[in-house]
Design a protein around this ligand. Structure first.
Ligand code: ADP
Ligand code: GLC
Length: 491
């Protein structure tokens, strides 16, 4: 079978621009797809990402892509010029095409609340197609991710429909998180050059004067996917659909769930360059050293018998930390335990963790902010990983924690349900701890159960090993995407 030509487009790609798991997935999937045979499938994959200020300032060496310089994209109210700069994904030959457009991307954050946010990501979609035209490179599939690139299928069907280059091009839209839909005023349609396409965007939204990027993508992408099987089911229900359930149900036959892969090149305790002590399932001595080193870094007293609970998270309502309120203090009061938190986000959640720290300064410590290396330290140095998500499309952290010998404590939802198996001390099977009801009570019950199991260290060692042996590599998950791309193109 011939290699596929694949364009991957997203607002985040690690290590260049990251606020969450989307970035990790683009790096891992992109790198895997492009890996040459016989180790990998060897597709012709190109990744598109805005050249944000933080990338421009990072000192990354990029080169201008010949044939893709000073491209003018005409929008009704203004013409926007961009050029492509390129650099490979680290440790790969897969090119990232950075869309260099100072006018739109030379700003502080990846995301902004500026008036032209819709245009910033509208351009991202159009820049992918414009670049393909300049290079005369016809992708078999353009793989769009989340709302930021969800207008691309509609652009392809309308503004670019005349171009035979795209005659065989199909689109896949992956929903990584339905909590972010890209809502704007419908007047944006004119700004985006889609003013005459009102018939092709969601009518209910238009009636309310709105435009949703994500819904537009769901209406027009050839196929849809999301990042776990359970979440694919959940988003078609009233509880999880966030207003999109009906639309998704109408496209149910085109919607699949593919659990994210893990890039064990980045996340492997045996040789992770971001941590000082290494370990494997057969020799966990390095993990004990990591625990001590991490507690020192968090300025907490070390006692090997006291379990350390780790958290690495965006602090948003999705992640379910409100459940801590009536559960975690009970255990902090009663148990000799530690809680190490790395996170940033909503002020009330940050404040809550600070309150925990102020109340139990010898047991709780928090780093507010985004710190890649500390995330690896916490995965490696904790005894258990807390992720009580209200909803979780896939979740990567629980899979990282499995590999780092840190059993996850999760709510049974989305990808958490698909990737963590309940520990059963009788059969010594399972990899973590799950609870169903979204309540402090359910979390407290599970914490109790976790602590009881912690006291049986022989069982706990087995639990660790079970998790470390689970394989969520892209070698396993990636072929599901390839099968989907092939089904799309008939290639
Ligand atoms: P989500 O994408 O919803 O945030 P995931 O579990 O899929 O959740 O992925 C989160 C990714 O972001 C992981 O790589 C995690 O280590 C990283 N991350 C989240 N918060 C932080 C932080 N404050 N500092 C460093 N890394 C973080
Ligand atoms: C989103 C989801 C997370 C998922 C990630 C990558 O940010 O919240 O569950 O793992 O995307 O797909």
């Amino acid at each position: 079978m011939r290699p596929l030509r694949l364009a991957l487009a997203a607002s985040e790609v690690a290590p260049f621009a990251k606020t969450g798991g989307l970035a990790d997935v683009l790096l891992g999937l992109g790198r895997w797809l492009g890996k040459k045979a016989p180790q990998g499938p060897g597709h012709d994959v190109r990744v598109f990402l805005p050249f944000y200020q933080r990338i421009a300032k990072s000192g990354l060496k990029t080169t201008p892509l010949t044939g893709a310089q000073n491209i003018d994209v005409r929008f009704p109210q203004r013409t926007i010029r961009f050029s492509i700069r390129t650099a490979p994904l680290p440790q790969s030959e897969v090119p990232v095409y950075f869309i260099d457009c100072k006018e739109l991307y030379d700003r502080d954050g990846i995301y902004t609340e500026d008036g032209d946010e819709a245009l910033r990501f509208g351009l991202l979609s159009r820049a992918v197609l414009e670049t393909c035209q300049r290079l005369q490179w016809a992708p078999d599939v353009v793989h769009c991710n989340d709302w930021h690139t969800a207008l691309l299928p509609l652009y392809l069907r309308t503004v670019y429909a005349w171009d035979k280059l795209f005659a065989g091009t199909k689109t896949l839209l992956t929903i990584h998180n339905i909590g972010y839909q890209g809502f704007f005023k419908d007047s944006m349609l004119d700004t985006l050059g889609l003013g005459d396409q009102r018939a092709h965007v969601h009518h209910g939204d238009l009636r309310d004067g709105n435009l949703s990027f994500l819904k537009t993508g769901v209406l027009h992408a050839t196929k849809l996917s999301t990042v776990s099987r359970t979440y694919a089911r959940e988003i078609q229900t009233d509880e999880f659909g966030m207003g999109m359930q009906e639309l998704l149900r109408s496209r149910s036959a085109d919607l699949v769930g593919i659990v994210n892969g893990v890039d064990y090149g980045e996340w492997n305790p045996a040789d992770d360059p971001r941590i000082p002590h290494h370990f494997t399932a057969n020799d966990l001595s390095g993990k004990a050293k990591m625990k001590a080193a991490m507690l020192q870094r968090f300025q907490l007293p070390h006692d090997p018998r006291a379990p350390v609970f780790g958290v690495v998270s965006r602090l948003t309502a999705q992640k379910g930390f409100e459940l801590f309120a009536d559960s975690i203090p009970i255990f902090l009061q009663r148990e000799d335990m530690r809680l190490c938190v790395l996170g940033t986000g909503e002020e009330k959640t940050e404040k809550y963790f600070q309150w925990l720290r102020d109340t139990w300064p010898n047991k709780v410590s928090i780093y507010r902010g985004f710190q890649e290396d500390l995330a690896h330290w916490i995965e490696a140095g904790s005894d258990a990983f807390l992720m009580p998500s209200r909803f979780e499309p896939c979740g990567l952290n629980q899979m990282y924690s499995l590999r780092y010998g840190t059993p996850p404590i999760v709510r049974r939802t989305g990808g958490l349900a698909d990737t963590v198996d309940p520990w059963d001390p009788a059969t010594r099977t399972g990899t973590g701890f799950l609870f169903d009801e979204f309540s402090s009570h359910a979390l407290a019950g599970t914490m109790d159960w976790v602590l009881r199991n912690w006291r049986d260290q022989r069982g706990w060692q087995q639990l660790i090993k079970n998790g470390m042996q689970r394989d969520f590599s892209w070698d396993r998950q990636g072929p599901e995407y390839v099968a989907l791309y092939r089904a799309l193109t008939g290639a």
